[in-house]
Design a binder for this molecule. Structure first.
Ligand SMILES: [Zn+2]
Length: 486
């Protein structure tokens, strides 16, 4: 570990103008660096901030902010990985969101396509560069290392899945074997299949797969298969062999070493197995979480975002508010500039959004838009915003009478000029809810109210809701909304 580099980076972080806004003290920053100093090998590669937070007792939001501050000063590199929702395999990893430009991706293990979505298929992790960590683990050393490199550390395969997998793959060999070939290296891989089916060789470096399809055919002699691995992957996709001993002579003609998983059964079986016993994912920092994180917005967006960004988010909670004060609307700027009271109100709402895992953006005309990872975060922020402005009004300052609309739904994240924006019908719905809200009222869509935690939180906060049918523009447009007041 390069301790001098770490010392420099602590000072660089303290010097960032955004550091003071992150909401934790200097002791937390020092504690974070103490934890980093003791990490080794894979612990410094593709770090999941939420897992580190849980293990070392940081607040999850603080941990994400700490990694973002670290990334800003060059202590970490971002890694954006597309995860297969079935098996947890990392399909591709990008150094920047800029490189992520596809609508679908294909998992080589499941041999199936998945839509790209920022919610749960896009993991953002952080890697310390070798110049700082002083080491770089070699992924082709062993099966556990290879697994660490290519599977998300947040995926858990169930015991049933592993048992079924081992049963189906039962034979003289273990269910999954691993072979690594240096550049120019050769290996003889013996397969001994007792029943019909496919035996696969899968390399995750190039997401290339080769299958030997075993059939019961007494008339054919034992098979010997020559296979080459090149920079673009295996030189063919499949071969046929009779049941019994088969030998593959594999040669690595690529420019670098390659690792290879052997024995993964055919994708049809793997898909049915994973469907019966789906793996679970521990919390990780998703693309959606990051886009909703104020520190990411402050430190990286919009410069870090590609101009043609078009990233689907399946379920975003959107709050739109008009913090109209008693004396007119102080947030609306006169002559282009904000009045001090407008600035103060905006800062108050931004602090509330940040405290509830949300990010906030000001709109033309004085309204604000805040986005959240979950409806409960959105409703808690809405109630807190209303209370904060009431307290402000009671103290004789501007405030009180805030109007709020809250909705959840699918959106597409885009870059609009100099800011991150969200696009889709859900955005129109939340604007309509805000239009309908009177001062002091929170208007919720049924999609938000359906979440039991939201309804329970409203009741506990002394709010009651009245349902109403309203018409939205477009076809099939009658929706139920709730007018909520204390
Ligand atoms: Zn998969």
């Amino acid at each position: 570990m390069n301790y001098r580099f770490l010392e420099e980076k602590i000072d660089d972080i303290r010097g960032l103008p955004q550091y003071a806004d992150c909401g934790f003290d200097d002791e937390t920053l020092i504690a974070f660096f103490r934890v980093l100093e003791d990490r080794r090998g894979w612990e410094l590669v593709r770090i999941n901030p939420l897992a580190l937070a849980e293990k070392f007792d940081f607040r999850p939001d603080d941990a994400v902010s700490l990694f973002l501050l670290g990334a800003k000063v060059g202590l970490f590199a971002f890694e954006w990985s597309l995860l297969c929702p079935r098996c947890g395999c990392r399909e591709r990893t990008y150094g920047s969101l800029r490189a992520l430009d596809r609508d679908v991706f294909r998992c080589p293990l499941c041999d199936a396509e998945e839509a790209v979505a920022a919610d749960d298929r896009l993991e953002v992790s952080f890697t310390m560069p070798p110049s700082a960590s002083g080491e770089w683990p070699d992924q082709v050393v062993s099966l556990p290392e290879y697994w660490s490199y290519f599977f998300s550390t947040s995926v858990d395969w169930t015991g049933e899945l592993l048992d079924d997998f081992a049963r189906r793959s039962a034979g003289p060999q273990p269910p999954i074997r691993f072979v690594a070939l240096p550049r120019g290296g050769k290996a003889r891989i013996r397969l001994d299949a007792a029943r019909a089916g496919a035996v696969g060789l899968v390399t995750l470096e190039t997401h290339s797969a080769f299958f030997v399809r075993m059939k019961d055919d007494a008339n054919r002699p034992p098979a010997a298969i020559d296979l080459e691995y090149r920079d673009s992957g295996f030189d063919r996709r499949e071969a046929f062999a009779p049941l019994g001993p088969t030998e593959i002579a594999l040669a690595n003609r690529a420019r670098r070493a390659v690792g290879c998983l052997i024995g993964s059964p055919d994708p049809d079986f793997l898909r049915s197995l994973v469907a019966a016993h789906p793996p679970s994912f521990r919390p990780f920092c998703s693309g959606k979480l990051l886009l909703n994180h104020q520190a990411y917005r402050d430190l990286f967006a919009p410069d870090d975002l590609p101009d043609d960004l078009s990233l689907k988010i399946d379920d975003l909670t959107i709050l739109r508010a008009d913090p109209e004060g008693r004396a007119g609307s102080p947030v609306r700027s006169r002559g282009g500039g904000d009045s001090p009271s407008a600035r103060r109100l905006f800062d108050l709402l931004a602090a509330v959004a940040r405290a509830h895992r949300g990010a906030i953006e000001r709109r033309a005309g004085g309204s604000i838009t805040a986005t959240f990872n979950a409806p409960l975060d959105g409703i808690r922020a809405a109630v807190r915003m209303a209370a904060g402005l009431e307290e402000s009004a009671a103290a004789g300052e501007d405030g009180g009478g805030i109007r709020i609309g809250l909705h959840r739904g699918p959106v597409v994240a885009v870059k609009a000029g100099r800011r991150l924006d969200f696009f889709g019908r859900a955005m129109n719905v939340v604007s309509r809810l805000l239009d309908l809200a009177d001062p002091g009222e929170i208007r919720l869509s049924e999609d938000v109210m359906r979440d039991e935690t939201v309804a329970a939180y409203l009741r506990a906060s002394g709010y009651s809701g009245v349902a109403e049918e309203i018409a939205l523009p477009g076809p099939a447009n009658m929706v139920t909304v709730y007018s909520c007041r204390r």
